[in-house]
Design a protein around this ligand. Structure first.
Ligand SMILES: Nc1nc2c(ncn2[C@@H]2O[C@H](COP(=O)(O)OP(=O)(O)O)[C@@H](O)[C@H]2O)c(=O)[nH]1
Ligand SMILES: [Mg+2]
Length: 296
């Protein structure tokens, strides 16, 4: 850990692997650690369906932050990604930032390796990165299912990426991601249908949203709208609805993990297998644990 705190990349990689393998207890900041300003946020979640251009936009955001003097760490969380996905992004960055290499740290996390809680692992990794002086962290996650939503919910701010031409409406709406978004970018504005996609999202948002997120058009390919996107990211405030949705996902993640880690899990499954409803089985468990606490 000391090596990581002293700025060694190899030390950092090793410490992150310990976290990934669940071999790391709680993390204390180094003694010379200065916590960031309370008004600053560190972690940006970038989520959206595969292929919408998250990684390409992340490249732009990294460049923008490096120009501001930040040190940027990227965790790419992808259930399908071979580790080379990360290596590719790393190469692109080295090409585009002649002197930026020291300011960027990239790590990809293949979620299929994990039996345990991916959100928990990612949260701990982010904590370590921040303690090590990475002033901005980006978590890129494929918005495809519950697990991915929970990873995104760890972030301080969430950028949802959409793109036109997917042919089957707004993906994020189906995945339940719109709730979480603090900013929505329709990427690939150089392609037909970007405006229509933005309109569809706007319509989806009108149902019940109190403070809907801003929707921007951009193109990572042509650079159109990228500067505006970066400005909006820096000025991004957390929406009320998003803050609640994030908290809810965090609580659900911990709750689910507690159940999965419970020594009673097999009992519960047996009770349910014997024909009792899952609801009753959980109630029985609750009652039992209350009795146990009273005995103590
Ligand atoms: N036409 C167009 N293609 C883009 C744009 N941004 C990304 N792409 C392409 O979309 C594909 C997926 O991009 P990537 O960033 O890997 O998507 P991710 O899966 O969401 O991370 C790549 O082939 C990119 O070259 C864009 O603004 N316009
Ligand atoms: Mg990607």
């Amino acid at each position: 850990m000391k090596a990581a705190f002293d700025g060694s990349r190899r030390g950092l990689a090793r410490a992150l692997s310990h976290i990934e393998n669940n071999q790391m207890g709680s993390i204390e900041p180094p003694s010379n650690y200065i916590p960031p300003d309370k008004n600053e946020w560190q972690v940006l979640g970038v989520t959206g369906a595969p292929g919408v251009g998250k990684s390409c936009l992340v490249d732009k955001i990294i460049q923008h932050w490096i120009e501001q003097g930040h040190k940027v760490a990227i965790l790419a969380v992808d259930p399908t990604s071979p580790v080379t996905g990360g290596a590719l992004l790393g190469d692109r960055l080295r090409m585009s930032n002649s002197d930026g290499e020291e300011s960027v740290y990239f790590r990809s996390i293949a979620t299929r390796k994990h039996g345990g809680s991916v959100p928990g692992v990612v949260a701990k990794m982010l904590e370590l990165l921040i303690f090590c002086g990475w002033t901005k962290c980006i978590v890129e996650t494929v918005g495809a299912g519950q697990g991915e939503i929970r990873v995104a919910a760890i972030a301080d701010r969430i950028l949802l990426v959409e793109a036109p031409g997917r042919g089957d409406g707004v993906q994020a709406e189906k995945a339940g991601l719109i709730e979480l978004a603090d900013l929505i970018v329709v990427n690939k504005s150089d392609l037909d249908g970007a405006q229509r996609t933005a309109d569809e999202i706007r319509q989806a948002l009108q149902v019940g949203a109190t403070s809907p997120p801003q929707i921007l058009l951009a193109s990572a390919a042509t650079g159109e709208g990228i500067e505006e996107m970066c400005v909006s990211i820096d000025q991004m405030v957390e929406r009320e609805g998003s803050s609640r949705a994030k908290l809810l996902e965090r609580v659900k993640a911990v709750h689910e993990q507690a159940l999965l880690d419970s020594p009673q899990l097999e009992n519960i499954l047996e009770i349910v297998a014997s024909g009792t409803s899952a609801e009753m089985a959980l109630q029985a468990l609750d009652k039992q644990s209350q009795q146990n606490t009273q005995k103590e």
